[in-house]
Design a protein around this ligand. Structure first.
Ligand SMILES: Cc1cc2nc3c(=O)[nH]c(=O)nc-3n(C[C@H](O)[C@H](O)[C@H](O)COP(=O)(O)OP(=O)(O)OC[C@H]3O[C@@H](n4cnc5c(N)ncnc54)[C@H](O)[C@@H]3O)c2cc1C
Length: 546
């Protein structure tokens, strides 16, 4: 090969030295690198794909001329994420859109229920179904917003506390004690205890659990206020989610860091029990005493580091690691019109997210039960967004509207994805047309779909299509994620750190794992940290940690 085309990447040495190598250029890897580079470390980010971003992908998959946010579109932690303020990322035209109407649920009989940023508008909407629930929602959100803003929100960006210590710490305040009580319950129990109307329960349960909480699992109740309250504060990244990745990359490069795209790490080199750098697929070696991985536990520990270099506890963690209980199937499309939902409230057509296909809580739960058993019945539902309604940049040929429908789906589907993909696409289009009659076939210009298997092909670190690199269960959350030895990002393997979704606090574009890792590595490397915890984090530390 070399005789024919010369040496690939001639401008880059075959062997080079770094202060830190970051594996994976998704949101967490980029954040870690941005902080370390700005603190003076010589960093390199190594990304397997042809471009950085990971889950922040915006791509022309509806070719030509239509762009879609393939993965993360609903940004839930924008107002908490320290990286945005620390780097003043918004100064280079990074704009977040935060619609008031966040989620609408459209029922078969034409009724609709709205979940809005302004609690009062949700209360008004719930009134259509139950006065008692409307009052309960208003009251509950006053408490839940405090739980999030005073405890769970700031804790997302601080190293995890051992479970027992955290319980003791939360006992210090009344709101902390209430959160602990809530944590004992399952999401379904919480909804059933607080609300009488089944449709109200169905909407709130969907929003609280859609990112991977089992509605029947107890011991994860504290995620309900977090995911519901954050689900009422989703932002859209104007210009596409990839712009966020671009803004982070700019900070890395501005501070002398290097980003290598289309470079896959194939091995973490070891020397005397410590990491010594990484090998890349094209044959280069990057030497470094610090390697920070944003990948899933199997890839990091078994494929790259090697079982022989791991303590037994860590080997057991990886062997027992459970990938996400469900993945996503997404149908992306371009239509001549944006969907016009046939329902009692025209505001639904301006909803950031619209759920349809479900009429009851039982149906929502049955769909998830089916998915966990490897099935999708005709009674499925899911959520959709008309992206180009929020972002005209996604359309480069006038007259098209980009939307998607997304549903929870199993990796191992009965019958196999090759067979079921087309059949599911047709079923979704039928359902969509029933909810929004203008989504008829003659109005659809183009479609393309992404199955859980496709997700894994695009991102091998999202094993089994796992969007969070690992399931949310009590044994894989908090101080236990991925295990008690590694959840603060440092691992028992000398010089190896974790910064991705399989590490505390977990998946989604929260920036939590990336920020916690950056702090830990900076401290261990003796770098001068120029950034400080945000005021809400400081208050949390003072109240619960000192
Ligand atoms: C369909 C779908 C919808 C989603 N929707 C949302 C949403 O609306 N909101 C939200 O907050 N989250 C959403 N997520 C989840 C979110 O995208 C992830 O949890 C998040 O991207 C995890 O960030 P990360 O940086 O830890 O890892 P990733 O984003 O997975 O990044 C890891 C990077 O490592 C690279 N890589 C893999 N192997 C190697 C290797 N050997 N060498 C070098 N690089 C490698 C990958 O290419 C990737 O770029 C969604 C995910 C999917 C799949």
């Amino acid at each position: 090969m070399e005789e024919l085309i010369g040496k690939v990447f001639d401008e880059f040495p075959t062997e080079s030295d770094w202060d830190a190598v970051i594996i994976g250029g998704g949101p967490n890897g980029l954040m870690t690198a941005a902080y370390l580079a700005s603190a003076g470390a010589k960093v390199v980010v190594v990304e397997r794909r042809y471009e950085i971003g990971g889950g922040l992908a915006t791509e022309e998959i509806l070719f030509p001329c239509y762009y879609s946010n393939m993965h993360a579109i609903y940004h839930m932690m924008v107002d908490y994420m320290p990286v945005i303020q620390d780097f003043n990322l918004d100064r280079h035209a990074l704009v977040w859109i935060k619609p008031n109407l966040q989620t609408a649920m459209v029922f078969d009989d034409g009724n609709s229920l709205l979940l809005t940023r302004m609690v009062e508008d949700t209360v008004d909407s719930i009134h259509k179904f139950s006065h008692k629930d409307a009052v309960a929602f208003g009251k509950l959100m006053r408490t839940w917003r405090r739980m999030v803003s005073e405890i769970v929100g700031p804790a997302t960006y601080l190293p995890p506390t051992p479970s027992l210590d955290w319980i003791v710490a939360l006992q210090r305040t009344e709101i902390g004690r209430e959160l602990l009580e809530l944590n004992e319950l399952s999401p379904l129990q919480i909804m059933t205890d607080h609300f009488e109307n089944d449709r109200v329960r169905a909407l709130l349960l969907y929003v609280a659990c859609m990112w991977g909480l089992d509605p029947n699992e107890s011991g994860i109740g504290l995620f309900v206020p977090l995911l519901l309250e954050r689900g009422m504060n989703k932002s859209y990244c104007y210009g596409g989610s990839h712009k966020f990745a671009g803004a982070l990359a700019r900070e890395i490069v501005r501070n002398g860091g290097v980003i290598l795209e289309a470079s896959e790490v194939t091995k973490v080199n070891m020397q005397n029990g410590n990491v010594a750098g990484v090998e890349l697929m094209e044959g280069r070696t990057l030497n470094s005493k610090v390697v920070i991985s944003s990948l899933d536990p199997h890839t990091t520990f078994f494929d790259l580091v090697g079982r022989e270099n791991l303590p037994i506890t860590l080997k057991e963690t990886v062997e027992n690691w459970k990938y996400d209980k469900w993945s996503y199937y997404t149908l992306h499309l371009v239509a001549k019109e944006q969907p016009k939902y046939q329902c009692d409230d025209p505001w639904v057509n301006e909803s950031f997210m619209t759920i349809f296909g479900f009429d009851s809580t039982d149906q929502v739960v049955a769909h998830w039960d089916n998915v966990m058993a490897g099935k999708v019945s005709s009674d499925f539902g899911g959520h959709s967004t008309c992206e180009s309604f929020w972002d005209p940049h996604l359309v480069r040929m006038p007259g098209g509207n980009v939307s998607f429908f997304q549903m929870h789906a199993p990796y191992d589907i009965e019958g196999g994805w090759e067979k079921r993909n087309k059949e599911l696409e047709e079923a979704i289009l039928d359902k969509w047309q029933r909810a929004a009659p203008n989504m008829k076939r003659e109005n659809i210009i183009m479609t393309t779909s992404e199955t859980p298997v496709d997700i894994e092909i695009r991102f091998p670190n999202m094993r089994r299509g796992g969007i969070k690199h690992g399931d949310y269960t009590p044994m894989q959350l908090g101080y236990n994620r991925p295990n008690t030895e590694c959840s603060s990002s440092k691992t028992p393997v000398g010089g190896l750190y974790l910064c991705g979704a399989s590490t505390y606090p977990g998946g989604m574009v929260t920036g939590g794992p990336g920020y916690v890792a950056a702090n830990r590595v900076a401290e261990d490397m003796g770098l001068k940290k120029w950034w400080k915890p945000t005021p809400v984090m400081e208050k949390y530390i003072k109240t619960y940690m000192e």
